[in-house]
Design a protein around this ligand. Structure first.
Ligand code: ADP
Ligand code: MG
Length: 255
């Protein structure tokens, strides 16, 4: 386990009078799988939207590898090495699985590929295709490479969304409920794949609202409620303490 790759300090995000994120300080260590749980409406999605630049913080700071990235626009945050996935996969449904992988690195307004000279373009394209194939194999989607993304099952779309995120060679991948609505056996597959990303030097920050399915894969657990961190724990013992905390059961009963 390395140092801290991401931290927030007293982050606040309000919507009108509602403090959706109310002074949140978290730390994500390098090459760990960090999980934030909490009932619906706890502020989890808002927190990662602020971290990844999709929403502006009212106050507080976001630090990535020690640098202040607070309120950078999403494409700047992405350039720093943070990629995120959404609760609903952001796929182009009429394009094939492989095409969806290949366009993952092209961001609106960047014109990355067109900016490159032709010879470099070919080299880069070859690399992209190779990387895309490797990832599709890793995700067991390679046999579907020429299918339209829109014809995939819900679970396969989630896998493709993860594949697209990995195409960008991120240092930190931030995922909003990657296994929500996915059948348990596939959910465990996905989580095992996320765990194996740690060996490739990738840090994973996950949001979930259910704990049962993800618990066995987690290094560091935060519980959010009403915009605040209610409790946290690291390692087997720390996580067990959180899970057995009666306040955690209580917020789930209430919701
Ligand atoms: P979670 O992801 O934990 O379910 P959210 O971050 O989506 O929670 O929401 C936290 C609170 O902020 C909720 O009360 C929600 O209704 C509110 N909220 C989220 N997004 C907006 C928005 N764009 N405008 C107004 N209120 C919002
Ligand atoms: Mg959410």
């Amino acid at each position: 386990m390395g140092g801290t790759i991401l931290r927030t300090e007293n982050l606040v995000k309000t919507f009108g009078g509602l403090r959706a994120v109310d002074g949140v300080s978290i730390k994500v260590d390098e090459r760990t799988l960090t999980l934030i749980i909490g009932p619906n409406g706890s502020g989890k999605s808002t927190l990662i939207n602020v971290i990844t630049g999709f929403l502006k913080a009212d106050s507080g700071r976001v630090l990535f590898k020690g640098e202040d990235i607070t309120n950078m626009p999403p494409n700047e945050v992405y350039r720093q090495g943070i990629v995120r996935t959404f609760q609903t996969p952001q796929l182009l449904k009429s394009l094939t699985v492989l095409e969806n992988m290949l366009i993952a690195n092209v961001h609106p307004g960047e014109g990355v590929i067109s900016a490159l000279r032709k010879s470099q373009w070919l080299e880069t394209e070859e690399e992209y295709v190779e990387r895309a194939w490797e990832l599709l194999k890793f995700l067991k989607l390679d046999h579907l490479w020429d299918r339209p993304a829109g014809s995939l099952s819900g679970g396969q779309m989630k896998l493709l969304e993860i594949g697209r995120a990995l195409m960008t060679e991120p240092e930190l991948i931030v995922m909003d409920e990657p296994v929500a609505g996915v059948a348990p056996s596939l959910a465990h597959d996905i989580l095992q794949k996320l765990v194996s990303l740690k060996e490739q030097g990738i840090t994973v920050l996950l949001i979930e609202h259910r704990l049962d399915i993800v618990l066995g894969y987690v290094d560091h657990l935060y519980v959010m409620f009403n915009g605040k961190v209610l409790t946290e724990g690291k390692g087997r013992v720390g996580i067990e303490r959180v899970v057995n905390d009666p306040r955690v059961a209580e917020i789930y009963m209430g919701g």
